[in-house]
Design a protein around this ligand. Structure first.
Ligand code: ADP
Ligand code: MG
Length: 273
């Protein structure tokens, strides 16, 4: 069976994309699923979170986008059984500019993934994989890297921080998804809007959560990720929350999200036009 491909997208930084990518991945891996994480952010936070030092790598996803390496060349295991990562590196920041004139520049990642899947399903034992899930961490922008991500997946999860300006920028985000769906990737859909960093003790956070649910309706996951310091501590230790604090709220929330992702089909489609 082909792997389910999900991108974590929001052009705002600090909303929980990377934290969700790592810990949802770990929650799925704990259920015996095989997960490939792909870091498409030049800041390489996902890579660092998984205890890989970007400056120690001789090749990264950057070399894949530039046609100098295949994904199979750069994928590496993580400390979580069943979870692998394609790391990023700081030079990825240049890719946005370098690829502007490349033919088919929006589809480079999609093509590289097709080759990776073909190699791993050929099953001669030398290629890495196969995987059940691809989780793709986007940079905080709507540029060519994010367009490559949206072209390569079927599903998008949008983490939204439950704070005052949460909904600002959502119209542009949905426009970009609709544009990619219309021109490059028919069938692309929002799997869910994920409220993150929810603090149910504050009125503001509760009100924003209610507003998100009113505005997006069934597109919002039933699971909300509560604010939990163990999540940020885990990342600074290069560990998933299941390794660092398995009894924490953060671990419970990401386990619940994994359950819901497995249950949920693509409910809310990006609006056309
Ligand atoms: P993004 O990838 O969208 O920029 P991150 O996942 O890196 O966002 O999160 C931004 C910061 O907030 C990080 O320091 C992370 O450890 C922290 N963080 C993320 N989710 C939570 C949470 N639920 N509770 C507390 N801190 C969080
Ligand atoms: Mg990030």
């Amino acid at each position: 069976m082909a792997m389910r491909r999900i991108a974590f997208m929001n052009q705002k930084g600090g909303v929980g994309k990377t934290t969700t990518c790592v810990n949802l991945g770990a929650a799925l891996a704990r259920r015996g699923l095989r997960v490939l994480l792909l870091d498409l952010d030049p800041q390489a936070n996902l890579t660092v979170h998984l205890d890989v030092r970007p400056d120690s790598l001789d090749r990264s996803v950057y070399d894949v986008l530039c046609g100098r390496a295949s994904l199979a060349d750069v994928v590496r295991p993580t400390s979580t059984l069943g979870m692998d990562v394609v790391p990023s590196s700081l030079d990825l920041a240049g890719a946005e500019m370098e690829l502007v004139s490349a033919v088919g520049r929006e589809q480079i990642l999609k093509d590289a993934l097709a080759r990776l899947e073909a190699a791993s399903s050929a099953g001669d034992g030398t290629a890495p994989g196969p995987w059940d899930f691809l989780l793709l961490d986007c940079p905080p922008s709507l540029g060519l890297l994010t367009v490559n991500a949206l072209t390569a997946v079927r599903e998008v999860i949008v983490p939204l921080q439950a704070e005052f300006f949460a909904l600002q920028g959502m119209a542009r985000l949905r426009d970009v998804i609709a544009l990619v769906e219309g021109r490059l990737n028919p069938g692309l859909a929002i799997l869910g809007i994920l409220p993150s960093m929810v603090d149910s003790r504050t009125t503001l956070s509760r009100e924003v959560l209610a507003e998100i649910r009113t505005y997006f309706g069934a597109a919002v996951f039933g699971t909300a990720i509560r604010r939990n310091v163990k999540l940020s501590e885990a990342s600074s230790h290069g560990r998933t929350v299941f390794e660092y604090a398995p009894g924490s709220n953060g671990a419970a929330d990401y386990a619940a999200l994994a359950e819901e992702v497995l249950r949920r089909g693509a409910l809310a489609r990006a609006p056309a036009g």
